[in-house]
Write a protein that binds this ligand. Sequence first.
Ligand SMILES: Cc1cc2nc3c(=O)[nH]c(=O)nc-3n(C[C@H](O)[C@H](O)[C@H](O)COP(=O)(O)OP(=O)(O)OC[C@H]3O[C@@H](n4cnc5c(N)ncnc54)[C@H](O)[C@@H]3O)c2cc1C
Length: 487
Amino acid sequence: MAEVLEVAVVGGGPTGLMVACELALAGVRVQVFERRAEPVRESRALTLHPRSLEVLALRGLETRFLERGRPLPTGHFAMLDTRLDFSVLDTRFPYTLFIPQAVTEALLEARARELGVAVRRGHTVEALRQDADGMELEGASEAGAFRVRARFVVGADGARSAVRRLTGIAFPGTDVTRTAVLGDVTLGAPPSQPAIGVTNTRGGVMVVPMAPGIHRIVVNDPLREQVPLREPVTLDELRESVTRIVGTDFGMKDPRWLSRFGNETRLADRYRDGRVLLAGDAAHIHFPAGGQGLNVGLQDAMNLGWKLAAVVKEGAPDTLLDSYSRERRPVGDALIRNTLAQTALIGATQETLALRALMSDLLRAPKLNREFADSISALDVGYAALEVPAPQVDAPLLPEWSGRRLNDLALRKDDGTDVPLYSALHPGRWVLLELGDDSRALPRWEPGWPPNVTHLRARAPAARAELKDVGGMLVRPDGHVGWAWAA
Ligand SMILES: Cc1cc2nc3c(=O)[nH]c(=O)nc-3n(C[C@H](O)[C@H](O)[C@H](O)COP(=O)(O)OP(=O)(O)OC[C@H]3O[C@@H](n4cnc5c(N)ncnc54)[C@H](O)[C@@H]3O)c2cc1C
């Protein structure tokens, strides 16, 4: 008899672990099936961007990450000379946090285990069947074959997703046409600034801090961009390219990890097929420009987790799950487009260098720089109104607020207690936030859903002029506005 779960998450990378945390927080019976027997040691991603830090703060997890990373108040677009100024962003986290992916995964796995999630390492999912009542998964582990039933399956199993393939979800896009290399190395003579980028007619090099004593060097070398992905990288290759492009090898030695990566670019044609939902790299892959892939995966996970939990546990309408694809696929599409644009700008021809210089000049204009910073940091992501019944309130609804991302507002109760908005969202429930007059009748909504709403009456800071005319809001568990109504 197969074990019966409410949700099986396939893939224990950052996306799968984050979804599992969200589900477990809501009391969903969930397990993670991860092919690798051991945690990853090498670190593909290095960056957590402002919205991801907000996502972690929405569950009270930010300190664990901030303690292990290093903040830099900038981001980048295509390694252009003018960096993106994150310090002006409207967020509690106006910086990029440099933190190796292996650390991010370890912290998320620890959180998942705290919440009681079984992370079943060394378990490879190989077959999926969908029927009227649920899903059946089959796979292999060292202990032999395993079989599990689940009401839903989350495919967070990365770029070569078996879940996507077995479900028949198409993954259209383009194959690798160029490759680049990276090395995590010790530098005997590191650059004087924490993060540098050099691009000239010989190629492009970016050097960023990774961990105490270790830097990541990323090299786009036009002489070697046709080297196939499968060809191993050597320290000599990295050193030769960097020296030719920059004029120094920064005294590189002791490589921890050397890797070649490419610009294969694809987007799943849908994120949901019945009881199967895709998230993270299983749904979108691209050239890793701007350091966004892991970030978007975490944000997919946050969007999906509470919705799936609401459907499984709280009788939310099944259509809520369609809103996951409707909200997140356009974000994946925008990610694909911005990384393609960055890939076009990462080059060393005269034309590309002229375009880079032009773009760098344009980015000196604060307004444009801010727009790019909002986009790469993902703070600009907003959604349309959810297609579930709106609450009834004795005041006009403010539809333009629905779907907006809310900052961690510094709210204050009438008794003088400070309540940052995100702290009210730590349990992962909806928050009914009353900002105005307490004589007003509370809103009413369809019986049953959203359930377990946390009620909070507080004042917004006076500096938040945009909230002056807002009487209250139902805030989604992911910190976006569900509905708002007038004061
Ligand atoms: C060189 C490079 C640099 C990058 N730098 C950044 C960066 O700075 N910032 C950023 O945000 N992103 C970056 N990325 C992208 C980032 O690494 C990915 O977007 C991120 O790992 C995606 O997470 P995921 O959990 O969706 O998928 P993955 O991390 O790929 O995890 C999927 C998991 O599923 C498991 N799995 C696969 N198949 C099965 C199966 N059949 N059964 C069970 N388990 C299975 C795998 O073992 C794996 O652990 C970079 C990528 C590369 C290549």
